[in-house]
Design a protein around this ligand. Structure first.
Ligand code: PLP
Length: 422
């Protein structure tokens, strides 16, 4: 069993749904991102079932994987979107997405991005500072429209995750300190070009415990009741994203466990009329994808064994950036007995930080195909062209069919718009 139900071994070959990964590699080359359509649907279903009978809007946190094919699946399943840039808004509009189901997050929204979002008619701006609030009010006023706003409050809770993906602590750059939220809400309510509609938080990513959410929720409920007593009535509560996935053997927090606790807390405070908004990213796509790579060279030394593969930190930054663990599977494992050597799986990039996995016992030969698991989230979207490496192709599998949803870049693509001085 691998961590991802749609990526399983059949007759000794790792498959994506009904498609052998060996076929995809020979057809499309490596490195190659492979997504399972069914896995996207199953991940969505967990949220759908958990929300049944309640007013819940799921806004897919699309920075996890913003390929149009992925967005289109979620749109058709009824998802809204959590965007963090004008570029992401353009992607939503490109697939015919409904802007009234879009929330706009991010600490540094620029004027052109605010204008584009107002023109499109987004559901809400999640405002992260008083300065941004003032800017948004001005932009809306100049356009003669009213901007719907939530404040992203920082509840100062520890999400118990990697410091780089922890966002709800006092010393993070995100959100407005919850102690000052009342006065900022009062300022927002007094501005005629703003319409206060909600409250928002997003405390971090890869969260596997329910308690940080409930701690944040407690503080938000207290704020909502305080605002109400000051005549500011909210329509929705946005708890952000952050639910973790299984990269190896993590115990998981399921949407149903989280949501049942959230509904319980809302009901206990007579707040069941509030719409609940969620912004899951990783948990909708992370285990819906793998990164296929080929072993170029094996290098054995006294201290270490290296498997040098054709994927690198430019294709999957998470190990370099967070020291993250991704399972690695041989696509056609050998059944030799005995203990295989431990390899560091590294890329060709000229950085010692260019590694994908460390100390993995694998029986390898040059030319072998490996699958880096759980590469559906924060993989392609964090990819770069460092070392003038074209970004890899993306393929979506549906049953026994596969479609290229983004072709491999060519080397020429990388510098076609550059010029030497005249
Ligand atoms: C990144 C992000 C998300 C999605 O987070 P996941 O951990 O991938 O679920 C949601 N909301 C905001 C504001 C974000 O920045």
């Amino acid at each position: 069993m691998t961590v991802a139900p749609q990526f399983q071994f059949r007759n000794g070959v790792l498959h994506a749904e009904d498609m052998p990964l060996t076929d995809l590699a020979s057809q499309f080359g490596t490195p190659l991102y492979v997504y399972s359509r069914q896995a996207l649907h199953d991940a969505w279903d967990a949220y759908r079932v958990a929300s049944q009978g309640r007013d819940v809007l799921i806004c897919y946190g699309m920075k996890a994987n913003s390929n149009l094919a992925v967005l289109n699946e979620f749109k058709n399943l009824g998802s809204g979107f959590d965007i963090v840039s004008g570029g992401e808004l353009a992607r939503v509009l490109a697939i015919g997405g409904d802007a009234s189901r879009v929330v706009f997050s991010g600490v540094g929204k620029q004027t052109w991005e605010m204008q584009a979002a107002l023109k499109a008619g987004v559901k809400c701006f999640n405002v992260e500072s008083e300065a941004e609030l003032v800017r948004l009010a001005e932009v809306a006023q100049q356009m003669g429209v009213v901007a719907p706003v939530s404040l992203r409050v920082n509840p100062d809770v520890d999400a118990q995750t990697h410091p780089y993906i922890s966002t709800g602590l006092k010393d993070n750059k995100f959100g407005i300190a919850i102690e000052t939220a009342l006065s900022v809400y009062q300022r927002a309510a007094a501005l005629p070009s703003l319409n206060v509609v909600g409250v928002d938080c997003h405390i971090g990513s890869q969260i596997t415990e329910v308690s940080p959410y409930l701690d944040a929720l407690d503080k938000l409920i207290h704020l909502i009741l305080t605002l109400d007593s000051h005549g500011i009535t909210l329509k929705h509560l946005d708890l952000g994203g952050g639910i973790g996935i299984r990269y190896t053997n993590e115990t998981l927090l399921s949407p149903s466990v989280l949501l049942s606790k959230v509904f319980q807390a809302l009901d206990a405070h007579k707040l069941s009329h509030l719409q609940l908004v969620l912004e899951p990213g990783r948990s909708l796509v992370g285990n819906s994808g793998v990164l296929l790579t080929t072993v170029e060279y094996l290098k054995h030394s006294e201290a270490k064994n290296f498997a040098i593969v054709d994927a690198a930190m430019n294709d999957l930054l998470r190990p370099t950036l967070y020291g993250a663990w991704h399972d690695v599977e041989a696509v056609t494992p050998r059944n030799n007995t005995g203990t295989p050597p431990a390899y560091d799986i590294v890329g060709p990039i000229c950085e010692s930080g260019d590694w994908l996995a460390r100390n993995r016992q694998l029986d390898l030969q040059q030319g072998d195909l490996l699958a880096i698991m759980s590469a559906g989230a924060y993989a392609f979207t964090m990819a770069s062209q460092y070392n003038t490496r074209p970004r890899a192709a993306e393929v979506m599998v549906d049953g026994a069919q596969a479609q290229v949803v983004r072709p491999r870049e060519s080397v020429q693509d990388l510098f076609i718009t550059e010029s030497v001085l005249k």
